[in-house]
Design a protein around this ligand. Structure first.
Ligand SMILES: *Cc1c(COP(=O)(O)O)cnc(C)c1O
Length: 369
């Protein structure tokens, strides 16, 4: 008789469902016999601009080193990040995407008997990395779809080692301001690591959205994670980073895989960081697209969760699954978020103006049908 390798997995792992990514264009083309060129994907919060030419040039130049292991210390990228973010190099941890940073944090600090606190409707990776380590997930109730920081504070107990917070949050787009963050950091026990996930910060940093970096010096229990996957347009390369106290960075760098960020990702990210025009163009395109989508949704009589990210969670006022399927048949891929406790919403990423219009047309057709 063979072993039951599901039952043999950690109890927390048995309870996980596999992460469901946005449907790839080629998969939909295969399934429905559509021309991939006529499909638009607004499902994974990717940058619609196309990569920065500087990043592309850096990748071409890095090809000559294909047979060599990458620089395991990520020297150039860490130097540039430290300079840009106003921290020391020993406060930077590089990740294979920022998801890797979240997982490294979990591996370093969580174990059976310990727990992590995060919010209802929060990013799907938090329960995955927590339960994979055999730790407990303590889920705090959300408020108007967003993080309720006092409720999260109340969820912390003596076994809490990590709190995961996304600002803005995915899939809701909700955010909180600097004062709320400051109050939270002041009240959180000093031996709880606060992971502030700022994957979308470049889209909205400003008066109402705090820059987590401003709090690093005062709060050694804060880690800010960021990514090159969204506003920097490098999702396929998998590169992100954590900024923290030197002690936390030292711990994370002991746990991470030695070559977790590949040479092309290192080169492209370093180049992309200097392409400030690309990032500001991304931000402007996003602001215009956000307005375009909101105008269109309003004329369809729909509402949405207010968002400071590059996507909107649209409220269909009824089970969204059939609308999602209808959009697929129109060649438009968005993201159902029932798995996040939001069965009546669809998350749509902001695309190019033409993609946003095609989405709105398709949605109007599907709703009218
Ligand atoms: C997209 C996203 C990330 C980034 O993931 P990468 O691994 O860097 O591609 C992290 N956190 C949130 C909340 C996200 O939505």
């Amino acid at each position: 008789m063979s072993g039951d390798f599901l039952a043999l997995a950690r109890p927390g792992v048995q309870k996980l469902s596999p992460y469901v990514p946005g449907k790839p264009v080629d998969e939909l083309a295969r399934e429905l016999g559509l021309d991939p060129a006529h499909i638009i994907k607004l499902a994974s919060n990717e940058n619609p601009l196309g990569a920065s030419p500087r990043a592309l040039a850096a990748i071409s130049a890095a090809l000559a080193g294909l047979t060599r292991y990458p620089d395991g210390n990520g020297f150039d990228l860490k130097m540039r990040l430290a300079e840009r973010c106003g921290v020391e190099v020993n406060q930077v941890t590089l990740g294979n995407g920022s998801n890797d940073i979240l997982e490294i944090v979990a591996r370093a600090y969580l174990a059976p008997g310990l727990n992590a606190v995060f919010s209802e409707h929060a990013f799907a990776i938090y329960p995955i990395v927590t339960q994979a380590l055999g730790a407990d997930a303590r889920v705090a109730p959300a408020r108007e779809w967003g993080h309720d920081l006092p409720a999260m504070l109340a969820g912390i107990d003596q076994n809490t080692r990590v709190v995961f917070i996304a600002n803005p949050n995915n899939p809701t787009g909700t955010w909180f301001g600097p004062q709320a963050l400051e109050d939270f950091l002041t009240d959180v026990p000093k031996d709880v690591l606060v992971v502030l996930d700022e994957a979308y910060i470049e889209y909205a940093e400003g008066a109402d959205l705090p820059d987590g970096l401003n709090f690093l010096a005062e709060y050694p229990n804060l880690l800010v994670s960021r990514t090159f996957s969204k506003a920097y347009g490098l999702a396929s390369l998998r590169v992100g980073y954590g900024l923290s106290s030197p002690v936390v960075a030292d711990v994370l760098n002991r746990v991470r895989q030695p070559f977790n960020v590949n040479s092309f990702a290192l080169a492209a990210a370093t180049a992309a960081l200097d392409d400030v025009d690309y990032v500001s163009e991304s931000r402007h395109l996003n602001e215009a697209g956000m307005q375009q989508l909101q105008d269109g949704l309003q004329s369809l009589g729909l509402s949405w969760v207010p968002s400071k990210a590059n996507f909107l969670a649209v409220d269909l006022g009824r089970e969204a699954a059939s609308v999602y399927d209808g959009l697929l048949r129109e060649g438009v891929i968005v993201r159902p978020i029932g798995g996040y406790g939001m069965p009546n919403h669809l998350r749509v990423s902001i695309g190019l103006p033409s993609e946003n219009s095609l989405f709105l047309q398709a949605l109007s057709k599907v709703l009218g049908a």
